[in-house]
Design a protein around this ligand. Structure first.
Ligand code: 6R9
Length: 636
């Protein structure tokens, strides 16, 4: 980013202790992690820092007993009982504040209700809730019992819910009637009702009542009824082992079937706690506003588990940034004296278009650190954020990480004195993160040469595996290069060791920062009666980062029309979720394929984005490419 000349990026901005801490974490790993783990409370000490006997199924702090919900609540009760843990506000300005002791009480009451419904250690429950207080409450309650939560983002729809419930064999679904978006009602329970018709493992649907009477179905139980009967009682915390699963979060990969990434109480607990402190530097008087949804990993780790274990105050906002006006977030920053603000490049770009007047009327002077996550941030958005929200003086931590990594891996670390920012760079690896960039052949690239980012040793926040699919775990993450973790992103590293993440190296899209696989969209498209075949690719979008474009072959008897195009779009949104945003659907009579019949998505992408085709020697029928070109020309 050429406009950042005034930014500090020379040696003197390496304040201690980042360098020393990083060096210690690599050279003296065992001792380092022993020391770090002492900051949390253990029921029983672990035997081994890192158990490598079943690599790559590495296990951290094995033999120990620790519970993340206990560390977030019980541990903080003693010193911070009366401190606000969670502020919540919605579009209308309705709000509540829960202190650590109130949150503790709510979580215990919720846990008792769950227990009475037969939920016990190891059981899975799917949570399908908007950003309402019961979302973190139910997570922490399940974790308290040693049960495993799997949150499905409320922007997903019926099919996505069915697939996740069935893969996890969830015993329970926790939901509510609806949420409000731009003053419009968004139905949730109706979607659950449809889904549970196809999910035999579900015994109960626990319905949380909001301001309307839910229509109850046969498996439904009303939370408020049970909670009233239960009252506020303490529920014994389950002394889970470090290696017991805490949650499964489904994420997209290169096939149509989402992967159940699962994380464990010990390693994930320590990683989210430490990274919260290292990156966001949270102290006792901070108010942390993370605009992510808890349905994605960013919310799991940095609305709930990291900040609450660190004893911080978080702000949760149920609504969109530009309703009722485009200053909704700045209003909240001012009202709650937010000090650390974390958002996505897409959100920044969507607010840029409204101009700066919406910011000027608000006092943002409490802010001290800004963050970005989810996709690479483009220079214009960075500059706008830095200048208008950061008053040309605040550090922007551009945090690179993934569902799989549990927490932030590469970023500046103000909590360790490292404020060093470089144009377009994510920053340096966090302590314990042994990152590098490899060529296709698996050797380190030269400085500034593009390659694949890799992590060369296990770290505590790493995924424990893919639920029900150990082979996929090995194949996806540990097979491209021998013995190192492969995240699937392109990157470069410069001569000072700074990493620049360039984007996905696989068939995964980031639409408005939301991760979705092209194959998942293809699978839904071909389940529509009119569609015979489809190839979905991503194209750049000025606001959303990327959108999905589909080339579709229709079945006999169907003819292309703008009406059918609209119908397919709606069908995908209704079935998979509203997060899928199309940049175009093109009807063709055949797709470019190899002689062995494989769809050549690379060629579809080249044609649609107007790039040169590259190697076409395996293409079976060149007219397929010509036709697609023609269709696109006609369309535009
Ligand atoms: C946390 C999260 C992971 C993918 C990741 C990468 C992209 C995330 C980024 C970034 C550049 C950043 N990504 N943060 N790219 N700069 N600061 O987003 O998790 O939804 O699993 O997505 O997002 O491509 O591989 P997840």
């Amino acid at each position: 980013m050429s406009q950042q000349e005034n930014l500090p990026f020379d040696e003197e901005y390496y304040q201690p202790p980042y360098k020393a801490v990083y060096r210690e974490s690599i050279e003296n790993a065992e001792k380092f992690w022993r020391k770090m783990s002492e900051e949390l409370e253990w029921f029983y000490p672990y035997e081994k820092v890192l158990d490598e006997t079943n690599a790559p199924f590495y296990r951290w702090f094995s033999g120990g007993r620790i519970n993340i919900s206990y560390n977030a609540l019980d541990r903080n009760l003693k010193s911070r009982g009366n401190k606000i843990a969670i502020y919540w506000e919605n579009e209308k300005g309705e709000n509540i504040g829960l202190t650590y002791s109130q949150l503790y009480n709510e979580v215990n009451r919720f846990a008792k209700v769950l227990q009475d419904l037969g939920i016990k250690k190891g059981d899975r429950a799917v949570i399908y809730l908007p950003l309402m207080p019961e979302l973190p409450i139910s997570m922490l309650a399940l974790a308290r019992l040693g049960a495993i939560h799997s949150i499905v983002f409320s922007g997903f729809s019926v099919q996505a819910l069915i697939d996740r419930i069935n893969d996890a064999k969830a015993k329970m679904v926790i939901t509510t009637t609806h949420t409000m978006r731009r003053n419009k009602r968004v139905e949730l329970k109706g979607i659950v009702d449809q889904a549970v018709e196809q999910t035999p493992s579900v015994e109960n649907v626990l319905v949380i009542k909001r301001n309307e009477e839910p229509v109850m179905k046969k498996k439904d139980v009303l939370y408020q009824d049970l909670a009233k009967r239960t009252g506020y009682k303490k529920v014994e915390v389950e002394e889970t082992s470090s290696t017991d699963p805490l949650f499964i979060l489904y994420t997209s990969g290169t096939t149509g079937k989402p992967k159940g990434i699962f994380h464990l109480h010990g390693g994930y607990g320590i990683w989210t706690y430490l990274t919260t402190k290292w990156v966001f530097d949270l102290r006792d008087n901070d108010v942390f506003f993370n605009t992510a949804d808890i349905g994605w990993i960013t919310g799991h780790s940095y609305i709930v588990y990291g900040p609450l274990q660190a004893g911080a105050t978080v702000l949760m906002y149920e609504g969109v940034p530009d309703y009722p006006n485009p200053d909704r977030w700045w209003e909240l920053v001012e009202k709650y004296n937010v000090t650390v603000f974390y958002t996505s490049p897409t959100a920044i770009r969507s607010l840029m278009k409204y101009g700066e007047d919406w910011i000027k009327n608000h006092d943002l002077s409490t802010l001290r650190i800004l963050g970005s996550v989810g996709e690479p941030i483009n220079p214009e958005a960075w500059r706008w954020y830095y200048k208008n929200i950061g008053n040309s003086s605040l550090p922007i931590v551009d945090t690179w990480w993934q569902t799989e990594t549990g927490g932030i891996m590469i970023s500046a670390t103000p909590g360790l004195g490292n404020y060093m920012l470089k144009p377009s760079a994510n920053g340096l690896p966090l302590p314990g993160v042994d990152a590098d960039v490899f060529t296709e052949e698996g050797i380190p690239t030269n400085p500034r040469e593009k390659g694949y980012i890799v992590i060369k040793r296990p770290w505590p926040g790493m995924l424990a595996g893919v639920w029900n699919d150990p082979d996929r775990y090995i194949k996806t993450y540990w097979s491209k290069f021998q013995g190192v973790y492969y995240p699937g992103d392109y990157a470069v590293k410069d001569e000072d060791g700074f990493f620049f993440i360039l984007g996905r190296a696989d068939e995964v899209l980031k639409i408005a920062g939301h991760r979705i696989g092209t194959r998942e969209i293809e699978d839904i498209l071909i389940s529509h009666p009119a569609v015979a075949e489809s190839a979905v690719i991503g194209i750049p979008d000025p606001v959303r980062g990327e959108t999905a474009v589909a080339a579709v072959v229709l079945k006999q008897g169907y003819t292309p029309s703008s009406q059918l195009r609209k119908e397919l779009e709606d069908y995908v949104k209704k079935t998979l979720g509203s997060i899928v945003i199309f940049g175009g659907i093109y009807f063709v009579s055949k797709l470019p394929k190899t002689r062995s019949g494989k769809i050549m998505r690379r060629l579809v992408r080249s044609v649609i984005s107007g790039q040169t085709l590259g190697d076409v020697s395996t293409l079976e029928d060149e007219t397929s490419v010509d036709e697609l070109k023609k269709v696109i020309e006609e369309f535009s």
